[in-house]
Design a protein around this ligand. Sequence first.
Ligand SMILES: [Zn+2]
Length: 427
Amino acid sequence: MTAAERQPTAPPASAVLTALLQAADQEVPAAVALRRELHATPELGGHETRTASRVAAALGEPGAPSVTTGRLVRIGAASGPSVAIRAELDALPVTEQTPVAWASRNGASHACGHDVHLAALTVAGRAVRRVGGPLPLVAVLQPREESYPSGAQDMVGSPQLEAQDIRAMVGVHVHPDIARGQVSVGPGPVNAAYDEVTITVRGRGGHAAYPHETRDPVLAAAHVILALQHLISRRTDPMHSAVLTIGTVQAGTAANVIPEQVVLTGSLRTFEPADRASLWSAVSATAGATAEAYECTAQASFARGEPVLNNDPALATATAACLAQAGLHVVEPLRSCGSDDFAYYCARYPSLMMFAGVGQPGTPDGPGLHHPAFLPPEGAVGEVARAMLAGYVAACSAGLPGAAAQAHRDATDRMRIAPDGGGRGPH
Ligand SMILES: [Zn+2]
């Protein structure tokens, strides 16, 4: 065996990806300008019509069909199998604190980087329109990622999306914990299932100087919060990731009054369906029994949010090879108890969510996602577009034929739990 023969064989470069990347480079300057425009004029969830129109126009189809406040732009043959890329339209109700001239002044802000995703998707879409691709590309301009009810559920349940014959769905989210030029493309579960819980603790109010004549729900609620902590540490297999956070406590109106009730809200994040079910009942039982010890009552109600975000392993592997060709470095998979409504697509189609690094060297404590000063650099537009194109080309050739995709749909249909209105799942 010669030295040359012992060299590891690099995967063959995809000619179509090379052509798409070259075309994409031509589109980046206009997309960076579009990103500034979208960033300066953000719209909140449920109100993204102008943003959606602007991006649909940039993708070459201003009259693209609507799904609630979202749009679907199909590029390529009008029928037959396709690959979809999702980008989120909505901003957050966060007052921006960045120094750029194109900062938002309307009280909302793209503090989650969705402006970058949208601009990057115009790069990818215009590149496919310019040089063609193995399959049509469907740009899914999704509303309400950050607010209730989930815009992904609108899309997944819509006849308009079903008509696209989608074989795979790709998403990319910027992430400040990953360095620029690096991408996480983990197979399997990368984000948790998300539910919201509301616990109402009721007692008997009265004068603060006469607590013996009341049943103080504030004290009972304090013990409920403490008691709930044992559900993760003592009742959940330590090898299973789960987290329960009580985020709000609403009680009382005056320092010298014992109120009638306290309302707690919290978020429950799990990866195992069995943990999700058992923790719902354990939260109810623990809250009720603890309140009862103080002669109060507690009732828990739940709003079901996103399922686990499960990346298709074959798609992840195929995309990793294409990312290298796109000049991006694959890093250890980022997995977290964050959540994203992209998970609804995963439950319907073979899907892949990548995390693209926007972390700046030397600023490990820089602003994170949803922070008023979070501002991915402009170079992220081209990098996210390259990651999207890598995922698109991989999905076109990853051996996800119609039969396999249909089998995936059938399997996930069987696992599906009927949505009951849905909770919220910000990252
Ligand atoms: Zn986001």
